[in-house]
Design a protein. Structure first.
Length: 146
């Protein structure tokens, strides 16, 4: 059975049909992103995308939740990485984050069993987790409001 065009597009990072065939993908399914590896520009593996945080008001992905430092799913830590920091490498089917391992390790993280609050008015205050993330990545917290 042949792979459908949409599935092939998600696996290769290229469009296979229509007037824009073979132009790099502009849209991916969430399931094709979750589980992807993240490397830096010196080819060090930084972790794996475990989830995506979508702003319900804007419809945009704000953060990729990166699991880093785990071995066989144990001992890792989660990090909210601004999705705008990730670059798709369609050829290698992974994402590139132009930061060092140390930069990611030193960024605000959280435990798998203790996710930060996401649904209160306080979630993006400077003292709250996402406010700390935005400060660390030098993003304006207001950038995520509709």
């Amino acid at each position: 059975m042949a792979i459908g065009s949409y599935e092939a597009d998600n696996q290769t990072g290229s469009n296979h049909e229509g007037s824009d065939a073979n132009i790099p993908v502009q849209r991916l399914t969430a399931t094709s992103i979750i589980g992807d590896s993240v490397f830096n520009r010196v080819d060090e593996e930084l972790g794996m995308i475990q989830n995506l945080m979508v702003n319900i008001q804007t419809g945009k992905i704000e953060y990729a939740v990166l699991e880093s430092g785990s071995f066989l799913g144990l001992g890792g830590k989660l990090f909210a990485i601004p999705f705008s920091e990730l670059i798709l490498d369609g050829i290698r089917r992974r994402f590139i984050l132009d930061r060092s391992k140390e930069y990611v390790k030193d960024s605000p993280g959280f435990d798998k069993d203790h996710w930060p609050n996401t649904n209160s008015d306080e979630a993006y205050n400077d003292d709250a987790y996402y406010g700390q993330v935005n400060q660390y990545w030098q993003l304006s917290s207001r950038a995520f409001y509709p």
